[in-house]
Design a binder for this molecule. Structure first.
Ligand code: G6P
Length: 612
C-alpha cells in the first residue's frame, strides 16, 4: 500500500476512534470533543513521525557506525522517506569497503616486505595467526570511563601506561576488552551484559565491564595489588603490606573475572586470551582449567624482583602456580624473565628449561619471554610546537626554556628526587634563575591509599619549598600541575620542552619516555632517563641517570640545556628509529605470534565450564 494511503487510513482510524470514544463516554461538549480529537491527531502524528522518521534515522546512524567498523551489512529496514539518503550512504559504504580492501592488500604486501609495523599490518598479521579465532583482553583498567558531569555524561581516558600501550591494538584488531567498570556513569551506557562498543565516537571493539563492590576494590585493587604486589615487585624501598583479607578478596575477584571471561568465550573455539598485569596472577590457571583449548598469555607490566625479595610474599606459591597456568608469560626485559625463572626454580616443584626459557609442570609447559612494550608510532603529524610564551601565559609565567615530567603520582616515579635535582641545578647554575622552569604534569593516583596521599603532600611541599627559595614575580622553577591531563593537553608540553625528565626509581618500561620521543618530529629536545626503567635498554641515546644521585641528575639537566642542536638531532633521530622498529604493533604481533605457535590441546579432554 502507498504511504499516502496508509497515512490517510491511520488518520481516519484516529478520528473514528476519538468519535467512538466520545460517544461511548457520553461527551456532550463540542469543545471537549474537539480537544479529544486534537489530542488523538497529535498522538497519531507523533507516532507516525517516530515510526517513519525518527526510528529509521536511529537505524541509519547505527548502520553507518557498523559500516565504519567494517561490517558492511544492508540497511536493515525499508524507509521510503530516507531512500535517497540510504542510497548515498550505500555508495559511500562501497567506496569505504574498496579503500579498506586496498589498504589490506597493501598491508599484505608490506607484511611480506618486512616493513614498518602499522595498525593495518598488525591486523593482517593477527588475521593470519588467529585464523578467525576470537581475541579477549583482560585488564583491571578500562580504556574509557564514562563519568557524570552535571547532567551530561563525559568520556575520560584514564592516566595509565597500560592503556596507552594496549588500546591501539584493540582498535586495529577488534575483540573484547574485559575490565573493571570504574566510571560513575559506566552502568548507564552498557547493554544487559555490561557491554559497550568503543571508542565511543568511532566504535572498533567491545568493552565488557565487570562490576566490583567497594569491599572488593579495597581488598583486591588497593590492598593486595597495590599495597602488596606493587611495592613487592618495584625495588623502591617501600615495604609491602600483606593482609589475609586482601588476599581473600584478590582471589575472589580473580574468580569473578574468570567467570566473566568464560561466559564471553562460551561457544568460541581456541580463543586467544591476553591477560594483563599483576592484578590477575591467578587468572591463567582458572581459565586453562576450564578451557584447555584457549591460548592464554599473561603479560606482567611491572618488574619481577629477585627470589629473595619475592620470598617474603606469604602466598607466593599460589601466585606462581596461577601464572604458570598460562602458555606464555611476558615481561618487558630478559632480566625480569630470569628473576621469574629463578623464583620458580626455588619455590615450586617444576622443571625449568634455561635453554628455551620455559617451565614444565606435569604435562603443561609455559614459555617465559621478554617482549618490551611500546607505543603506536609513527603517529599522524600533529600541530607544531606552540610558542613557549603562549603555553606559559595561562599559568602566569615566563621562562626561556622548560623541561617536562609526566607521571601518575607514585613513589616509584622519583618525583621528589627530580625536584631536588632541579634545586641543585639552580644552586650550581644561578644564571638559570628566571630562565628555566620545570613543568610537572602529575596525575593523582590510587588516592585512597594513605601512602599515596602522603606522597601527594610530600610532592606539593617540596615544590613549595624549592619555589620559595628561588621564585620571582613571573617565574618559578617548579610548576606542579596536579590533575589528569589528556594526551592532547600533554602533547604541546612535549613539543615545546627542551628536555623530558624521567627519574623512576624502578619501572617496568615507562612509556612517557617513548611518548616524548614520538612527539619530537622536529628531532630536537633531550631525554633524561632513569637507568632503572625498561625503556633505558632501548633508548640508549637518552642521557641515562641514577635517580638516587642528585648531583648526577643536576649535571644531566645542565648537559641537556647546553647540548647543541646537531647533537640533539643525532640522538633524537636514533631514538626515533628504535621506536619505529619496535612499536606497539610489533609488540602485539610478536606476542600473538608466540601464542598462536603453541600447539593446541584437545578441548574435549578438559572439564566443562562452571555454571556459565
Ligand atoms: C602503570 C603500570 C601498569 C599498571 C598501571 C596501573 O601503567 O605500568 O603496570 O597496570 O600503572 O595503574 P592504575 O592507575 O590502573 O592503578
Amino acid at each position: 500500500m502507498k504511504i499516502t494511503a496508509r497515512l490517510a487510513l491511520a488518520l481516519a482510524a484516529a478520528i473514528a476512534g476519538v468519535l467512538y470514544l466520545s460517544s461511548y463516554l457520553h461527551v456532550q461538549s463540542d469543545g471537549l470533543r474537539l480537544s479529544l480529537m486534537a489530542l488523538g491527531l497529535t498522538g497519531v502524528s507523533l507516532w507516525i513521525i517516530y515510526w517513519r522518521v525518527a526510528r529509521p534515522l536511529d537505524r541509519l546512524t547505527l548502520w553507518m557506525r557498523d559500516i565504519r567498523a567494517g561490517d558492511e551489512a544492508r540497511f536493515p529496514v525499508r524507509a521510503r522517506a530516507l531512500e535517497t539518503l540510504v542510497a548515498e550512504a550505500s555508495r559511500l559504504a562501497q567506496s569505504l569497503g574498496e579503500a579498506r580492501a586496498v589498504a589490506e592488500q597493501e598491508a599484505r604486501l608490506r607484511h611480506r616486505a618486512d616493513a614498518v609495523w602499522t595498525a593495518e599490518r598488525l591486523k593482517e598479521h593477527v588475521r593470519r595467526q588467529l585464523e578467525g579465532r576470537p581475541m579477549f583482553l583482560v585488564a583491571n583498567r578500562e580504556p574509557y570511563e564514562h563519568c557524570r558531569k552535571g547532567k551530561a555524561i563525559e568520556v575520560r581516558t584514564p592516566a595509565s601506561g597500560l592503556v596507552t600501550g594496549l588500546e591501539p591494538i584493540l582498535r586495529a584488531c577488534g575483540g573484547t576488552w574485559i575490565a573493571h567498570g570504574s566510571g560513575d556513569a559506566d552502568w548507564d551506557v552498557v547493554d544487559a551484559r555490561g557491554k559497550v562498543k568503543v571508542p565511543p565516537h568511532d566504535p572498533q571493539y567491545t568493552l565488557k565491564r565487570v562490576w566490583l563492590s567497594e569491599d572488593e576494590m579495597d581488598g583486591y585493587y588497593y590492598g593486595f595489588s597495590n599495597e602488596g604486589l606493587w611495592p613487592l615487585c618495584h625495588i623502591a624501598h617501600t615495604r609491602p603490606l600483606f593482609q589475609s583479607e586482601d588476599w581473600a578478596r584478590y582471589k575472589a575477584v580473580n574468580e569473578k573475572f574468570a567467570q566473566a571471561l568464560l561466559q564471553e568465550m562460551a561457544g568460541t573455539q581456541e580463543p586467544c586470551v591476553l591477560i594483563q598485569d599483576y592484578h590477575f596472577a591467578l587468572l591463567p590457571r582458572l581459565i586453562k582449567t576450564f578451557r584447555p583449548d584457549a591460548r592464554v598469555a599473561i603479560f606482567w607490566h611491572i618488574p619481577w624482583p629477585n627470589p629473595e625479595a619475592f620470598d617474603i610474599c606469604p602466598w607466593q606459591t599460589a601466585i606462581l602456580d596461577g601464572m604458570l597456568g598460562a602458555d606464555l608469560i611476558g615481561f618487558h626485559i630478559q632480566f625480569h624473565c630470569n628473576n621469574f625463572l629463578e623464583t620458580v626454580d626455588r619455590t615450586l616443584e617444576s622443571q625449568v628449561d634455561w635453554e628455551r626459557f620455559a617451565v614444565r609442570r606435569s604435562s603443561h609447559a609455559t614459555l617465559v619471554k621478554p617482549l618490551p612494550i611500546s607505543i603506536a608510532f609513527p603517529t599522524p603529524q600533529t600541530a607544531p610546537a606552540p610558542a613557549l610564551e603562549e603555553l606559559l601565559k595561562p599559568l602566569g609565567l615566563r621562562a626561556s626554556a622548560i623541561g617536562v615530567g609526566v607521571d601518575r603520582i607514585d613513589y616509584t616515579k622519583g618525583i621528589v628526587e627530580r625536584f631536588r635535582a632541579v634545586e641543585r641545578f639552580l644552586e650550581l647554575h644561578p644564571e638559570q634563575k628566571g630562565e628555566f622552569s620545570f613543568v610537572e604534569l602529575a596525575a593523582p593516583s590510587r588516592t585512597l591509599i594513605q601512602r599515596y596521599q602522603d606522597l601527594v603532600a610530600a610532592v606539593e611541599q617540596e615544590a613549595v619549598r624549592i619555589n620559595g627559595r628561588f621564585q620571582s614575580k613571573q617565574w618559578r622553577p617548579i610548576v606542579l600541575l596536579k590533575r589528569i591531563h589528556s594526551h592532547e593537553q600533554i602533547e604541546p608540553f612535549y613539543k615545546a620542552a627542551r628536555l623530558c625528565f624521567v627519574t623512576s626509581l624502578h619501572d617496568g618500561m615507562n612509556l612517557v619516555s617513548k611518548e616524548f620521543v614520538a612527539a619530537r618530529d622536529d628531532e630536537l629536545g633531550v631525554l633524561i632517563l632513569s637507568r632503572f626503567t625498561g625503556a633505558a635498554r632501548e633508548l640508549r641515546d637518552a642521557l641515562l641517570i641514577n635517580p638516587y644521585d642528585i648531583e648526577q641528575m643536576a649535571e644531566a639537566l645542565h648537559q641537556a640545556l647546553t647540548m647543541d642542536e646537531r647533537e640533539q638531532a643525532r640522538r633524537m633521530a636514533s631514538m626515533r628509529r628504535a621506536l619505529k622498529d619496535h612499536n606497539v604493533y610489533q609488540w602485539a604481533g610478536r606476542l600473538i605470534e608466540e601464542l598462536a605457535k603453541i600447539p593446541s590441546v584437545d578441548a574435549l579432554t578438559g572439564p566443562s565450564e562452571p555454571g556459565t
